[in-house]
Design a protein around this ligand. Structure first.
Ligand code: PHE
Length: 461
């Protein structure tokens, strides 16, 4: 039974949903420390260029594929090229990536929920640094508490996606993105008053040639794809809800630029706090769950700041989680002709169950030998599997597919809607055919450790 396809209620609704997907944990904790590890200012420029020249073109491509076919990822590939159906692998990989990300993203976001409660109760007052750090160790090693929050986060996400594109995703993204931007602005204002601001600005914007490597550019590109939620079928299904007359190039530019601006705002919020207390920018989980709470504890109005920060953390995670469930459910709906409700509930149950080993990753309650065999815990293994392999390969296949297999007349007709877009069409098409695929192959080689491109420069950088 075919239902009429649901479309976004408004342009702003689509923009908010796409921004909500992009602005997530990647920007809140991954972006700041990656900037630091990769030469500060130069990395920022590289990230900026990657978003503009590679991210935005693929973003336009994915939306276009969804918009023209009015299908979520798998059937979109199929309807463009019914004969060579092997290309669909790109869509399946994207859907798989979304499924896997949701399974562990929800565990991390769940810890964030726990920290909101901890902040509200002022847990850190009077505690020593080691005790504050120990609180995270305790939490992340407790399989039962991690599982509890994993369940809550998955259930909330499911509840939103269950209600549909307009009433669920669009409605809640509009509200939550506004709240998260307001929270970020409040926290940023506060950070701008701290003593560490100058050092933080130097750290973020000063081009440090010494610590810049060729691999940093690849790192910047990987991050650009992750933050723009590309290579995961997400923008294809979001594109399938876009109304025919929309200017997708303009929308892609708005989302791309806002992501860059928010990323810089997040860095400017976090680093002044770190530098005010003379600490080194740490990496990953440690920065958000251990260093920051310790520093918040020393600030005036610590309870408010800490509660606001972790609320921001959870809101960004939620708006990024909607599309993760949506893309899997939308494909199941189309492929197996089941109702939205069944598809969404089924997907949520499956991601929850698959996430159980991630929630128990540190406790060793499930797969106790995992760490010995793979060197990292289950959660981190899933994250690297997705970011190092699945997203780049799915992005590569999608780019080649849109560049080479999609009818040029259909693509051109979309760009011909405005004179300016008509002019950039050949450049865009060239990027999808050649530039993005080549860069993606280089990324896959570098990330997989097959060859280290820094060697090409003989370590000069
Ligand atoms: N883009 C999100 C972030 O920056 C993460 C994400 C990846 C969300 C894939 C949805 C899909 O955190």
């Amino acid at each position: 039974m075919e239902h009429p396809r649901e479309h976004w209620g408004s342009r702003i609704g689509f923009l908010m949903a796409a921004m909500g997907s992009a602005i997530g944990l990647g920007i809140l904790w991954k972006f700041p420390y990656t900037v630091g590890q990769n030469g500060g200012g130069l990395f920022l420029i590289a990230y900026f260029l990657c978003v503009i020249f590679l991210g935005i073109p693929l973003f336009v491509g994915e939306i276009l594929l969804g918009k023209k076919t009015q299908k979520a990822a798998v059937l979109a590939f199929q309807s463009v090229d019914p004969v060579h159906s092997g290309w669909k692998i790109g869509a399946y990989l994207g859907v798989l990536a979304s499924f896997l990300i949701m399974s562990y993203y929800s565990v991390i976001a769940g810890w964030g929920m726990n920290y909101i409660l901890m902040s509200l109760s002022g847990f850190y007052s009077g505690l020593k640094e080691s005790e504050i750090e120990g609180a995270f160790t305790l939490l992340s090693h407790s399989a039962s508490i991690s599982l509890f929050w994993h369940f809550i986060f998955t259930a909330v996400t499911m509840g939103v996606v269950f209600s549909g594109v307009r009433k669920g995703i669009e409605y809640w993204s509009k509200i939550m993105v506004k709240i998260l931007l307001a929270l970020l602005i409040v926290l940023l204002m506060f950070s701008l008053t701290l003593d560490g601001l100058k050092e933080a600005c130097h750290f973020i914007f000063y081009p440090d040639i010494q610590s810049f490597k060729l691999s940093s550019v690849l790192e910047a590109l990987g991050l650009a794809f992750f933050t723009l939620s590309l290579g995961q079928g997400i923008m294809i299904s979001y594109g399938s809800y876009v109304a025919p007359k929309e200017d997708i190039v303009k929308m892609a530019l708005i989302v791309g630029f806002s992501v860059v601006v928010v990323a810089i705002m997040a860095a400017l919020t976090i680093f002044p706090v770190v530098f005010t207390f003379g600490l080194k920018p740490d990496s990953g989980f440690g920065l958000v769950f251990q260093t920051l709470p310790y520093l918040f504890a020393k600030l005036p109005a610590s309870m408010v700041i800490s509660t606001l920060f972790f609320s921001l953390f959870v809101f960004t995670a939620l708006t990024s989680a909607f599309p993760l469930i949506e893309v899997v459910a939308a494909n199941i709906m189309e492929l197996f002709q089941v109702s939205r409700r069944k598809a969404v509930v089924g997907t949520a149950i499956a991601t929850f169950v698959f996430g159980i080993p991630s929630a128990a990753a540190n406790s060793g309650a499930i797969f106790p030998e995992w760490k010995t065999i793979f060197q990292t815990n289950f959660l981190v293994t899933m994250d690297s599997l997705v970011s190092v392999w699945i997203i780049p390969i799915a992005g590569l296949v999608t780019s080649i597919f849109i560049g080479w297999r999609m009818d040029i007349k259909i693509k051109k007709a979309e760009f011909d809607q405005t004179p300016l877009n008509a002019k950039i069409f050949p450049i865009w098409n060239f990027f999808l055919k050649w530039v993005i695929p080549v860069v993606m192959i280089v990324i896959i080689i570098q990330k997989s450790g097959l060859f280290n491109f820094d060697r090409l420069l003989g370590g000069a950088f």
